[in-house]
Design a protein. Structure first.
Length: 147
């Protein structure tokens, strides 16, 4: 029997300037998907004039989104990373190069390399249920290793 439980997952981020030593987090959200690595398109296709299928490979970033408990240490540190990389008037972003690793409960892992933080929740929002909404942080990466 295959055990597909995600309970016990750990993740870490190394950000070249903001967090050069691994930042480990495990305080994942309960109201949205805690770790989402969506499918990617690695090729494109078209049909020639006479109906011949042609295809070509294309580079595609690997995206990953994490959702954490609002106000947790994980949220606080990811918010620091987001703000450090945000640019604005009179503010220069850190331009961190990010490495993300997730260690799954069975011991297998995935490492996403040469990435950037691309979005995040800049402040706390409140749901109609009167609780804080979980915070999400999204990343894009150039490559991966592991399963």
């Amino acid at each position: 029997m295959q055990n597909i439980s995600g309970y016990g997952i750990l993740a870490s981020i190394i950000a070249s300037k903001t967090f050069p030593v691994a930042l480990v987090f495990d305080q994942f959200a309960d109201d949205i998907d805690p770790l989402d690595i969506p499918s990617i398109d690695v090729a494109d296709v078209a049909m020639g004039l006479n109906g011949d299928l042609v295809s070509w490979s294309k580079p595609t970033p690997i995206r990953a989104t994490v959702a954490v408990v609002p106000g947790s240490n994980s949220d606080i540190n990811l918010a620091v990373l987001l703000e450090a990389n945000r640019v604005g008037r009179g503010k220069v972003g850190a331009r961190d190069i990010i490495t993300f690793t997730a260690v799954y409960p069975a011991g297998n892992f995935i490492t996403l390399q040469n990435g950037a933080i691309i979005s995040g929740t800049p402040a706390s929002s409140v749901a109609s249920s009167a609780r804080f909404k979980s915070k999400t942080y999204a990343f894009a990466f150039e490559n991966r290793i592991g399963a």
